[in-house]
Write a new protein. Structure first.
Ligand code: ATR
Length: 257
């Protein structure tokens, strides 16, 4: 999506992917800077580690406690977070979801789940339920949420009430034989209006297929991927991201059509 956007704006830039071991992340960032890279994106498992490795943190990275974008400035490497805003932007665009006052069941308490939980409560959702295979991690996020946003109702475990949204932030669904991230004995898909799966490949996880069959509105994580990328593009280039071009390029590269 970035290379398509560079081409559309006539920028002689390139976006390249490198696989870096966490033990080499510091050297990789310094090396990229030495080679006059404009910036970097970082993905799992580097987003927390990078907090310690940049020279300066933008407000977004401070607020959400993770760095997925670096811009090299003359003074040093600045860390940003473009993931958090992308989550809520995609929920609004793709599900027409009103976040203020919403009741949400969030599955997953890894890095993506944590960012989603903090961002959602900052948008004044009414109730947030956290479910995770390892409950202690959901408890830790619930504690962090309560500390930062004392007025929000946050609980660990499945709700009995109806929800506006079930949001999957686990990695379950990436593989065809994965179990569902949702225990339907504890929470029926009939209990929610919409389901969002952060996974975008496959385009329709089993969770989304079941949600559709149950009559829910559904969306996958492509919009989130698009918007975190578009924001990073704007940080590096200072230009408005050509969203349509980027979306088309993403669809082409992820789904082949
Ligand atoms: P990310 O940064 O993408 O969130 P992560 O931090 O590794 O990646 O988090 C992965 C999430 O998927 C976690 O919520 C994880 O549950 P645990 O906290 O219990 O590890 C969840 N997950 C991964 N594999 C799982 C599985 N087989 N069953 C249930 N949950 C799983």
């Amino acid at each position: 999506m970035h290379n398509a956007a560079f081409a559309a704006l006539g920028l002689n830039w390139r976006y390249l992917a490198f696989e870096v071991e966490p033990k080499n992340l510091r050297a990789a960032i310094a090396g990229a800077r030495a080679m006059n890279f404009a910036g970097l994106n970082l993905t799992v498992p580097h987003k927390l580690l990078a907090m310690e490795l940049v020279d300066e943190l933008d407000e977004s990275a401070k607020k959400w406690g993770a760095v997925n974008t670096i811009k090299f400035q003359p003074e040093g490497a600045v860390g940003f977070n473009t993931d958090a805003d992308a989550i809520t932007r995609s929920l609004r665009e793709d599900l027409k979801l009103e976040l203020r006052g919403a009741k949400i069941l969030l599955l997953g308490a890894g890095g993506a789940g944590r960012t989603a939980a903090l961002k959602l409560v900052s948008e004044n959702v009414a109730e947030l339920y956290l479910v995770n295979r390892t409950p202690s991690k959901a408890e830790a996020i619930a504690g962090e949420v309560k500390k930062q946003f004392p007025s929000v109702t946050v609980a660990v475990g499945y709700p009995r009430a109806k929800m506006d949204l079930v949001l999957n932030a686990t990695s379950l669904g990436l593989k065809a034989d994965d179990a569902s991230p949702l225990d339907e004995r504890q929470f029926s898909l009939k209990q929610t209006r919409a389901v969002y799966d952060m996974i975008y490949r496959p385009a329709e996880t089993q969770l989304l297929a079941c949600a559709k069959a149950a009559g829910c509105l559904t969306a996958n994580g492509l919009g989130m991927l698009l918007h975190q990328g578009a924001k990073a593009f704007e940080i590096w280039t200072g230009r408005t991201a050509p969203l349509d071009v980027m979306r088309r390029a993403l669809e082409q590269s992820v789904y082949g059509h």
